[in-house]
Design a protein around this ligand. Structure first.
Ligand code: NAP
Length: 243
């Protein structure tokens, strides 16, 4: 039986690259998105054109009812999930902590943290014969994003801790939980922070002197998800060009 994976935020950026990469490895893929149906449909079409199997499902993964509907749709359309990539995430315009409102902080935390808990819960409850989860964190969890988005960096710190705790909690169920921490990757996310060319600005500070591509993150996610990593759990891969 082919593995079945959910990629949250699979319509664009790292999630889209990961969805396509996993489809080429014979996963049936659920491409989740929140609002960009056109891009999600393009990812599904691309996978189908290459002979793969995929569905696009709209759901706001920070909302419990949406997450339950998302997993029920996977059960009914693809079958029992075997793998999960917790990837959907946001950052908001660059400001200092001294200016942050509770509304902003809560939006970042529910989108970037609550969603990973809810999707992990639903996946684990279905992974009766084991499974594998990869959380997409960020180099920001180590660096802190001072003056830009400490709320975002803190949400990724929570994901690092979730990875450690959850990996220990479910190891005896043969479910592995690992984490990737990308650095500066060329995606549209930086525009949401108000600086679309952010990677160009910071690249001289990156030891490898360049930003990363979504495909360079997808390949590490795929490795950690796969049986090639069968004795690896609770660990972190930094994909940040040396920073
Ligand atoms: P992106 O290009 O902005 O794409 C974000 C994706 O998340 C989109 O598919 C979006 O769906 C989806 N999404 C956002 N909120 C959602 C919600 N509440 N429910 C469901 N889907 C939602 O982002 P990216 O750069 O690929 O980032 C992906 C992950 O990598 C994030 O966790 C991010 O923190 C992490 N990361 C990125 C970088 C980087 O430099 N880009 C570095 C480190 C870590 P729509 O298309 O429908 O809007």
């Amino acid at each position: 039986m082919n593995p079945i994976v959910l990629v949250t935020g699979g319509s664009r950026g790292i999630g889209a690259a990961t969805s396509k990469y996993l489809a080429k490895q014979n996963y049936a893929v659920c491409v989740n998105y929140i609002s960009n149906k056109i891009e999600a449909t393009k990812v599904v079409s691309d996978i189908e054109k290459n002979g793969g199997r995929a569905i696009a499902v709209q759901a706001d993964v920070s909302k419990e009812d949406d997450v339950i509907r998302l997993f029920n749709t996977i059960d009914n359309s693809l079958g029992q999930i075997t793998h999960l990539v917790n990837n959907a995430g946001i950052l908001l315009p660059q400001i200092r902590v001294s200016e942050m409102t509770a509304e902003r902080i809560n939006k970042v935390l529910t989108t970037n943290v609550t969603s990973y808990f809810l999707c992990s819960r639903e996946a684990i409850n279905r992974m009766k014969s084991g499974g594998s989860i990869v959380n997409v964190s960020s180099a920001a969890s180590r660096l802190g994003s001072a003056g830009e988005y400490v709320d975002y960096a803190s949400s990724k710190g929570a994901i690092d801790t979730l990875t450690i705790g959850l990996s220990l909690e479910v190891a005896s169920q043969n479910i592995r939980v690992n984490c990737v921490r990308p650095g500066f990757i060329y995606t549209e996310m930086h525009g949401d922070g108000g600086e679309p060319d952010r990677v160009e600005r910071v690249k001289p500070l990156i030891p490898l002197q360049r930003g990363g591509t979504p495909d360079e993150v997808a390949s590490s996610i795929a490795f950690l998800l796969s049986n090639e990593a069968s004795f690896i759990t609770g660990t972190f891969v930094d994909i940040a060009g040396g920073k």
